[in-house]
Design a protein around this ligand. Structure first.
Ligand code: ADE
Length: 247
């Protein structure tokens, strides 16, 4: 998969995009990540990428021409329908399902906004989707782009060690994962649950699912409204509710 990122601050991507899983994905040729400095698409000698807003008000607005030129340059050899994603707190809130869907494309273009905003004609002319990482405002779209790239690259086949590992993630089916343990078997008086130490795969799988459901019930009950659950799992939830009621 190829991802083009358009930003005024390409150096921000050094570090997060050159370590660990993302580096492995790039090294193995599974991810071709290209950073483009929007300032390279300005045409004046001062390389001006922002200007004051029409109608007054504080802050600076990113100019339309360099951003639109950068997008058009990037899309020149891309297939029609390539998503051009604007990072903005006004977008749809990014989640596991969106990450998985984006990982299915051959190419993606991320546009990182900065300053107080971006000339709306960029959105009207070249943006296909607007995405947010949550209901708070950051100083720019660079961190959101990195968050989304990290989350979606995990869904590219071959990036994670165990095939399909991303499908057992918390949020994959609306239920969180249960707790994990590694050695030693007892740490500061806290023992690893017996069922995990015994290693009966079917029992372990059942225990994990129950623990995941319990955790979701306790920490993110809102997720359970949308989760795909079996009748047995619904019954288990009802027992958690009973336990809580008796407490
Ligand atoms: N730019 C500023 N805040 C943002 C957010 N929450 N998500 C995506 N892009 C942003």
């Amino acid at each position: 998969m190829r991802i083009d990122v358009l930003t005024l601050f390409p150096a921000m991507f050094q570090g997060p995009m050159t370590e660990s899983m993302l580096w492995k994905a790039r090294d193995r040729g599974l991810l071709d990540l290209r950073l483009h400095d929007i300032r390279d698409f300005t045409t004046d000698k001062h390389r001006t990428a922002d200007d004051i807003p029409y109608g007054g008000g504080g802050g600076m607005i990113m100019k339309a021409e360099p951003v639109v030129s950068a997008v058009e340059h990037t899309l020149a050899d891309a297939a029609p329908g390539t998503p051009v994603l604007l990072m903005t707190p006004q977008g749809r809130v990014f989640n596991h399902q969106i990450a998985k869907a984006l990982a299915g494309y051959e190419r993606l273009v991320f546009v990182c906004g900065r300053y107080e905003g971006i000339d709306d004609r960029v959105r009207q002319l070249v943006i296909t989707d607007e995405l947010s990482i949550g209901d708070y405002v950051l100083t720019g779209g660079e961190l959101p782009a990195m968050v989304m790239i990290d989350a979606l690259v995990r869904h590219i086949p071959g990036v994670l060690g165990a095939e399909g590992a991303a499908d057992s993630d918390s949020h994959a089916d609306g239920v969180l994962e249960g707790p994990h343990f590694t050695r030693p078997p007892v740490f500061r008086g806290l023992a690893v649950p017996q069922v995990l130490q015994e290693g009966d795969h079917a029992r372990v799988a059942r225990w994990r699912r129950e623990q995941g459901l319990r955790r979701t019930w306790q920490q993110r009950p809102d997720l359970l409204l949308r989760a795909a659950l079996s009748e047995d799992e619904r019954y288990l939830l009802a027992t958690f509710a009973d336990e809580d009621a008796r407490r």
